[in-house]
Design a binder for this molecule. Sequence first.
Ligand code: KIV
Length: 289
Amino acid sequence: MSTFTIDTSTSRATPSPVPGKRTTAPSIRARKVDGTTAEPIVMLTAYTMRMAQLLDPHCDMLLVGDSLGQVIYGLPSTIPVSMEMMCAHGAAVVRGSWHALVAVDMPFGSYEASPARAFESASRIMKETGCAAVKLEGGEAMAPTIEFLAQRGIPVIGHVGLTPQAVNVLGGYGARGREKKEAAKIIRDAVAVDQAGAFCIVVEGVMEDIATKVAKTTGAPIIGIGASAECDGQVLVTEDMLGLFERTPRFVKRYADLAGEIGAAAANYAKEVRARTFPGSDQTYRPKA
Ligand code: KIV
């Protein structure tokens, strides 16, 4: 059963006020003309309906990243993230948005074995969530899979450089491409994914000059994270940039201090409950006079 159709009489999600006007994969791809993107593409992660509603007016794309493993579920990495998690959160984000293109990450283990396996997983994600694209990690090795999907009606976002699902092979989350050999490999990966038909490519955690070179080389827009301001667009994990965690990676700019605000609000609430000053008369039902 599809999970994205909403009953507008009971759902608090925002139905699309302008059906059919959602940003499309071809329109994102077309933003890059002759190697440049006049206005950078704005992307943020979203995992819930309400966050999608708040971010949607400001973003070209919303990514239901498998980073939800750590951010929402407290998992140690993205490896244990399941298809069920991605579908449930993907459907919520589609329900909460109407303008941005929603892309959903393919979880580890759901696409690597073969292009046919990837098609099964990607089509399930699209049917169950209503999203317009999927993202998968990997360069040259995944190019045949990306081509297979793209030729069968599935818009794909590539992801090269630091690929968190490969943390056990990479040995950590440090920036990639410090050595010439690895830098050249990242560029080859991006070119292969571009030629395979990805409509845009996330380049994560690489030396700035690699990202800049990749952005100048590929036809598809490059969306940077810990990469370079010269990319065709940028993405961040929303909870990082909102300051929900005390520790954020070096490449994250904190645009708010929500951890501080939430802590202060909770402390205030706790104080008032203990002092019996909440609920006050404004929050209490009494017979009408
Ligand atoms: O899972 C995720 O949120 C991502 C972004 C960090 C690009 O892949």
